[in-house]
Design a protein around this ligand. Sequence first.
Ligand code: NAP
Length: 266
Amino acid sequence: MKFAVSSKGDEVSDTLKSKIQTYLLDFDMTLDEKEPEIVISVGGDGTLLYAFHRYSDRLDKTAFVGVHTGHLGFYADWVPQEIEKLVLAIAKTPYHTVEYPLLEVVVTYHDEEREERYLALNECTIKSIEGSLVADVEIKGQLFETFRGDGLCLSTPSGSTAYNKALGGAIIHPSIRAIQLAEMASINNRVFRTVGSPLLLPDHHNCVIKPRNDVDFQVTIDHLTLLHKDVKSILCRVANEKVRFARFRPFPFWKRVQDSFIGKGE
Ligand code: NAP
């Protein structure tokens, strides 16, 4: 089997990365950074986001597994003390995978020919470079509201514990194929009125953001920040592609939520 290991880049993660590589090579696995079947991400959730984007053009052929060198992660469940066990499991057992939904973002421009497509594992945020974001929000082809405020955040279920949570969005179990739209500080008055609560859209609905003013936009896709000029619309929906995580033991989502945000209790 072909594998790759990506590291956060700090000393602890880099040392662990070389150890994992050596062990897997000893098991006759092949190091292939271009076309790996399994990617072991060593660091935190942020590291897994980078690994995801590096291999996002071959998601159907690649499974991910995360080792965390910091605090417990949402995408990283193995700790450094367990890497011998993990390596053995990768090399010797036919693992099963779990699939999580992704967010598809398509930006179109007034220049009709152009469109850019992105996949997000956590979320996409849309803000204006100057002043408030003023935009029409359409759901399934119908105008839903005209938003004015700091920005909008569209997240995946697995990204619902990240930026979305800080915006008061709900935590969504990743088995639910949906995306969530959350507001960032909306201004509400007689002209601009928004629903004021996060919305969950199923996979057969889409959301189109149409900027009303002609300013430049800052669009983030997970950790990537992109500047867009001349934007006509930004379409968001559940992507056809999915991300696959290799599972060698149970990793219950609600347990992760509890451990991260509530603590283990008494
Ligand atoms: P960063 O600013 O260095 O770290 C953001 C934090 O979010 C890290 O602690 C990271 O965990 C954590 N995180 C990432 N994905 C998560 C998930 N699905 N559930 C819970 N926590 C998660 O940025 P980064 O490492 O490049 O990550 C980019 C992400 O930062 C974005 O996708 C966005 O969700 C998040 N973010 C959050 C806020 C906020 O909460 N106000 C603001 C901006 C961006 P690790 O330490 O394990 O890597």
